[in-house]
Design a protein around this ligand. Sequence first.
Ligand SMILES: *[C@@H]1O[C@H](CO)[C@@H](O)[C@H](O)[C@H]1NC(C)=O
Ligand SMILES: *[C@@H]1O[C@H](CO)[C@@H](O)[C@H](O)[C@H]1NC(C)=O
Ligand SMILES: *[C@@H]1O[C@H](CO)[C@@H](O)[C@H](O)[C@H]1NC(C)=O
Ligand SMILES: *[C@@H]1O[C@H](CO)[C@@H](O)[C@H](O)[C@H]1NC(C)=O
Ligand SMILES: *[C@@H]1O[C@H](CO)[C@@H](O)[C@H](O)[C@H]1NC(C)=O
Ligand SMILES: *[C@@H]1O[C@H](CO)[C@@H](O)[C@H](O)[C@H]1NC(C)=O
Ligand SMILES: *[C@@H]1O[C@H](CO)[C@@H](O)[C@H](O)[C@H]1NC(C)=O
Ligand SMILES: *[C@@H]1O[C@H](CO)[C@@H](O)[C@H](O)[C@H]1NC(C)=O
Ligand SMILES: *[C@@H]1O[C@H](CO)[C@@H](O)[C@H](O)[C@H]1NC(C)=O
Ligand SMILES: *[C@@H]1O[C@H](CO)[C@@H](O)[C@H](O)[C@H]1NC(C)=O
Ligand SMILES: *[C@@H]1O[C@H](CO)[C@@H](O)[C@H](O)[C@H]1NC(C)=O
Ligand SMILES: *[C@@H]1O[C@H](CO)[C@@H](O)[C@H](O)[C@H]1NC(C)=O
Length: 781
Amino acid sequence: MYALFMMFFIIPSLCCPEDQKQVLLQFKSLFIKATNSSSEDPFFALTSWNGSSDCCKWDRVMCSSQSNSRAVIALYLDSLVSISSSEPILVDSMVLAPLFQVKSLIYLDIYSNNLHGKIPGKGFANLSKLVHLDMLLNNFKGSIPPQIFHLKNLQYLDLSSNALNGNLIQEMFSLQNMRVLKLELNFLEGNIPEEIGNLRKLQQLSLRSNKFVGEIPSSILSLKDLKELDLGDNLLIMEIPVEIGDLTNITTLALSDNKLSGGIPSSIQKLSKLETLQLQNNLLSGKIPSWLFDIKSLKNLFLGGNKNLTWNNTAKIVPKCMLSELSLLSCGLAGTIPDWLSTQKSLVYLDLSKNKLEGPFPLWLAEMEIGNIFLSDNQLSELPENVGDASKLMILMLAGNNFSGKIPASITNIYRLLLLDLARNRFTGNSPVFAPDALLAVTDLSYNELSGEVPVTFSQETRILFLGNNNFSGNLPRNLTNLSKLEQLDLHDNKISGELPRFLFQISTLQILSLSNNSLQGSIPDEIANLTSLRILDVSNNNLTGEIPVKFGNMVAMIETPNTLSTISDMFTFLVEINDLVVNWKKSKQGLSSHSLDIYSLLDLSKNKLYGEIPNSLGSLNGLKLLNISYNNISGNIPASFGNLESLESLDLSHNQLSGQIPETLVNLQQLTNLDVSNNKLEGKIPVGGQMDTMDNPSYYANNSGLCGMQISNPCPIEMSPAMPQEDEKIAAWFSWEGVGIGYSVGFFSTVLIIFSTGYFHVAPPPRRRRRRLNGLSSIP
Ligand SMILES: *[C@@H]1O[C@H](CO)[C@@H](O)[C@H](O)[C@H]1NC(C)=O
Ligand SMILES: *[C@@H]1O[C@H](CO)[C@@H](O)[C@H](O)[C@H]1NC(C)=O
Ligand SMILES: *[C@@H]1O[C@H](CO)[C@@H](O)[C@H](O)[C@H]1NC(C)=O
Ligand SMILES: *[C@@H]1O[C@H](CO)[C@@H](O)[C@H](O)[C@H]1NC(C)=O
Ligand SMILES: *[C@@H]1O[C@H](CO)[C@@H](O)[C@H](O)[C@H]1NC(C)=O
Ligand SMILES: *[C@@H]1O[C@H](CO)[C@@H](O)[C@H](O)[C@H]1NC(C)=O
Ligand SMILES: *[C@@H]1O[C@H](CO)[C@@H](O)[C@H](O)[C@H]1NC(C)=O
Ligand SMILES: *[C@@H]1O[C@H](CO)[C@@H](O)[C@H](O)[C@H]1NC(C)=O
Ligand SMILES: *[C@@H]1O[C@H](CO)[C@@H](O)[C@H](O)[C@H]1NC(C)=O
Ligand SMILES: *[C@@H]1O[C@H](CO)[C@@H](O)[C@H](O)[C@H]1NC(C)=O
Ligand SMILES: *[C@@H]1O[C@H](CO)[C@@H](O)[C@H](O)[C@H]1NC(C)=O
Ligand SMILES: *[C@@H]1O[C@H](CO)[C@@H](O)[C@H](O)[C@H]1NC(C)=O
């Protein structure tokens, strides 16, 4: 279609019709008004739309070349707003109104514009010549208006909500929602209407990442020209209909991330052009049929994440296909990694995580040119010395296996490696020496038996370094400062000794630092406040002494509420699973899943030998969700300034020498769900009101010098006690904030959003930019 337009285009001819020019100018001015864009801005996409020139010469406009008229036939109006701004602008779908007068339109792209409101059905009814309609990545809500189904010439319809994997973008928005409730993400919902079957010429249909419920309408199964059908990431419930096998032109069938049940219908064998089959993350059951591998055209097969869909471990596979992507995550594969995979010379993505594979990481696998290997959570036991031959690897996930011995040094030869996860194995020795100019951004060696000095020979690109739960000893090495982009450093549960070195505070990029359960001593230097990005600091369970530095009150990142969306522009994002950061969260060890680390701000100084008074300045850290000073020798009063810690959900001051009263200001802590002041010398009345009324576990007040209050059923002497609050008020307060807390179960892994700048990637250019983003992302379940 595109090529055809280009041919017409070279014939110079008349100007565009004046009425169409006027409505396009109207659209431009509505759009400017809605988005605060500026026509003067050279980056504004519609700057060339100038009333004194021929609209056929404008950017993003294409006209017909018929001799009698040069009507506008195509508008490429995608991505007119930037989705990267910290507060995405929602653009009212009313701005589209002028376009509905351009009845000659054949091709309309309005994807990625944050368009908001209902899809203007009446307007689209005017555009009866439309062949191509792309509305991906907008913010439309409601159902698909019936008028769309009268666009009988449509061959391409994309209403998917976003260009990224739906989970991913919802994830990001839900993070944002934690604080910024004004952000509203809408979805198309309801059933997929039967009328979709009216669009008899449809070749590509995507309704991905919406909230469509119910069944796949049978009328879709009569659209014989369909080549790409993507209904992934909705709430569809049914068995995959047998008639799907009648869509013989299908090349892409994507039904992943729904609630589809039953088996994989054998009619799929009839789809002789099938290249991409995405059925992952449903409720499918039965054995994975071996005939799938007889479909010669098949390239991308995603079946993982269906709990009851299992691999036939006795089947002999002789593939007739040449796969480039394969996910059999959690499919019950047993035995060694199947040999037949070695015939799949084009494989770039292999996910066999969460199976029961044992034996070695095969030599032939290292010699293939795979870019992403996910083998976490199996029982593999041997990593060959030559694993470094896998020179195309970008992601290597081998966590949770039974590997032992030294980490093969050759692994450092993999120049393109970005993410290496060897956590939860039994590796010994120290880390191999990575070249400083390697690309490796994420390294997780935690939960092994590594020993020696804390290794620092990692890439200069290192963002995330997890070395916790090993047997590293000695002082923190000075060369840590060579990791000048380090954002997350986790060294918990090792045997690190010595003082907190001042050079540590030069790593100004550091956002997360966990040193808990080591043998650090000395005091916490004032320079800690130089870590202006630090949001999570956990030095619990060491031997630190001295006073809590007053300068803590200057920890900028613990004061501000973080904003994750602002970092997304021009980044290549994808999803992988890495270990959680383990912290003490409300009285128990919890894994903070990596994708929500961005919104957390925690300060844990517990189980040390800190003394002196709590500085008032701690009350300025109003981004903190958790403050734990328990098990120290802190004396003096609880500062009234703690009433300013407006984000605080958990405050643990137990096992100190604190005296005086619990300050009234704690009543202001509306997020508080956990307060422990036990084992101090506190006295007087426990404040009443707000969340304080729900802080009524007597053991959290025990062993003080005379606390009283209704929370512990120990009424204060009459003169101290105002009226008791009504019982029903108390009940209301009980549930009102409970849901605000982010209760994580302890988990070892979670999905993490890894954001790299595009500069890391030297992948072959995709046929179409946008499709790459869509397929590339959705293909990583
Ligand atoms: C547009 O800009 C004006 C002035 O710069 C500002 O007052 C207004 O809030 C902005 N509106 C939006 C939607 O950003
Ligand atoms: C519109 O285009 C004409 C000729 O290309 C130019 O002279 C004029 O400055 C432009 N006007 C605006 C407002 O950009
Ligand atoms: C359809 O087009 C006509 C004229 O071209 C216009 O008057 C009318 O407003 C359009 N309908 C809608 C809903 O935009
Ligand atoms: C779909 O396949 C049929 C044959 O099964 C063929 O006649 C038809 O042209 C195909 N449509 C397209 C758009 O390729
Ligand atoms: C999986 O199979 C088991 C036993 O056959 C059954 O109890 C369970 O409900 C199934 N789960 C799903 C998600 O279908
Ligand atoms: C599993 O594989 C064996 C050996 O090829 C075959 O006999 C059996 O029918 C297969 N089972 C299923 C359910 O496909
Ligand atoms: C792990 O490897 C050890 C030998 O290194 C072996 O004894 C043990 O059985 C293996 N465990 C599993 C679960 O495969
Ligand atoms: C840890 O290192 C110490 C010596 O520093 C050694 O005695 C101990 O056995 C090691 N523990 C493990 C689990 O490797
Ligand atoms: C520290 O870094 C310097 C320069 O980058 C290097 O010469 C030195 O060998 C490193 N020291 C250690 C102990 O790695
Ligand atoms: C590494 O750190 C050391 C100090 O520990 C410093 O002397 C050296 O210049 C650094 N090297 C690089 C490449 O930054
Ligand atoms: C901390 O910051 C201060 C002022 O910016 C600077 O003088 C000092 O050298 C820094 N200390 C460290 C250890 O980086
Ligand atoms: C703290 O120091 C004392 C001696 O000063 C020692 O007995 C204890 O083991 C140390 N604790 C830790 C966690 O290193």
